[in-house]
Ligand binder design. Structure first.
Ligand SMILES: *Cc1c(COP(=O)(O)O)cnc(C)c1O
Length: 449
């Protein structure tokens, strides 16, 4: 018996109910959904539901926090919880040493402190990153030197690093932006050849892998963040990974007022500056509970991101961020892609973001032009920098920091989706692609709205 409902409507209805995956059907929603009008033009939302919220927790977090509360040992000194977390995270990463600290910024600050970075030193960083990467350099009165972005990957352009090296360069600090590995082979090769330590800002890259090994274990040290938005979350928190025992001890000492690390510091004199950046037992408890889910979540994000990239490959003008050949897993803290307005009938990125949001797909333009931000360029007028480096060097610094590829990426092309969205279903991914497909189809009409 033929039903009145035709096959297309039926499948579309199933897809809207989120059951097409469960029934093992192929993705056929696009045909109907992409024929509907964009939400901004009065059509139905492509993604009417909600994405998984963040953070996630259950009784294991509740119990772990109460256990710490009742133990009356709330700080790591004299406690066991942070130490247990360090051991487990170190094993998860396959690193020799791990130190919990109060934030990702603290992790980077401790690493630079242990390396005795200071006035007169230069640190190479990308402009396409969270401002903390820059701040930790400036907190030490060192000079942050920007190296342009590889627009295809959103990562630091490893081929341009050597050009930025001077006799003052003391650290190369790549960031694994969005949780995907930067081009580690090339970066490490420059570091080795020029004898400059590589410090990995892995604050977004928990469990990301390069050639089957976790990032954060390749350079002298890696820094991780457990801030609320990150894939491993204790509200605030961070960790340092390193395979160098002496360096691990110096980091411990630096984060604990110069106490309890070791007698012989990594660098002569580096035992003489320190602060308090300790993690609490409450944070350690949260992290142990959250960590039980992180491997499974990372797998799911990778599966969904791979599927979304496949669906996006059918849409002209949408290019997912390239993963370098060595990448065996991304943390997908962000799903990053490039939007080409020429393929969207002249619709600009702001209009695209507005139309996509209206479809029930939260999205953002991502990082801006950090090297041109007034907060950063103002460093050339900082009285201490003028005293340390002189006016001429600071003016030259402004000129050195040109990043033309990053300008294009951050002002016109970059688009982000957040990690929690990748914890959704396959249907969620299909609806994201349907939303973009609709916007592409109606781009000329949308450009006039
Ligand atoms: C989050 C983040 C940091 C800083 O981490 P906090 O824990 O917020 O201090 C540093 N670098 C990058 C790339 C980050 O994303």
């Amino acid at each position: 018996m033929e039903n009145k409902l035709d096959r297309r409507d039926f499948i579309s209805a199933l897809s809207l109910a989120g059951v097409s995956l469960a029934m093992g059907m192929p993705h056929l929603a696009t045909a109907t959904a992409a024929n509907a009008k964009p939400a901004l033009l009065g059509g139905p939302k492509a993604h009417p539901g909600a994405f998984p919220s963040w953070p996630l927790f259950d009784q294991s977090e509740e119990k772990a926090l109460l256990d710490v509360l009742r133990s009356k040992v709330w700080g790591r000194l004299g406690g066991k919880v942070v130490a247990t977390f360090e051991k487990e995270y170190q094993q998860l990463l396959g690193a020799k040493h791990c130190l919990g600290v109060s934030s990702g910024t603290s992790a980077l600050y401790t690493i630079l402190g242990a390396l005795e970075i200071g006035p007169g030193d230069e640190v190479i960083i990308p402009p396409y990153t969270f401002i903390a990467t820059y701040n930790v350099v400036v907190l030490n009165y060192a000079l942050p030197v920007f190296v342009d972005t590889d627009i295809e990957s959103f990562q630091i352009d490893a081929n341009k690093i050597e050009n930025a090296v001077t006799p003052q360069t003391k650290v190369i600090m790549p960031v694994h932006v969005g949780g995907s590995p930067a081009n580690l082979d090339k970066i490490l090769e420059v570091g080795r050849r020029r004898n400059i330590p590589v410090v990995e800002d892995a604050c977004q890259a928990h469990l990301a892998e390069w050639k089957g090994r976790k990032v954060g274990t390749y350079g002298l040290a890696g820094a991780f963040s457990f801030q609320a938005s990150k894939n491993l979350n204790s509200a605030e928190g961070g960790a340092i990974s390193t395979n160098d025992e002496q360096f691990a001890r110096t980091c411990y000492s630096f984060h604990n007022q110069g106490q309890g690390g070791n007698a012989t510091a990594y660098n002569p004199g580096s035992g003489t500056r320190a602060t308090n950046l300790r993690l609490t037992e409450f944070q350690g408890a949260l992290l142990l509970a959250q960590m039980a889910r992180v491997a499974e979540q990372t797998k799911r994000r990778n599966e969904n991101a791979t599927y979304l990239s496949k669906l996006f490959s059918e849409i002209p003008g949408i290019k997912p961020a390239k993963l370098y050949d060595g990448t065996t897993s991304s943390a997908y803290h962000l799903y990053m892609f490039r939007f080409d307005k020429k393929q969207f009938g002249g619709l600009d990125r702001a209009q695209f973001l507005k139309a996509l949001s209206a479809e029930g797909v939260p999205c953002s333009a991502g990082y801006g032009q950090m090297n041109k931000d007034a907060y950063v360029t103002g460093l050339a007028q900082n009285k201490h920098y003028l005293r340390i480096y002189g006016e001429k060097t600071m003016q030259q610094w402004l000129e050195r920091n040109q990043c033309p590829q990053n300008d294009i990426l951050s002002s016109e092309q970059g688009v982000w989706l957040t990690q929690n969205m990748l914890l959704g279903s396959k249907t969620d991914m299909e609806q994201i692609a349907d939303a973009v497909q609709k916007i592409h189809k109606y781009s000329r009409e949308l450009a006039k709205v």
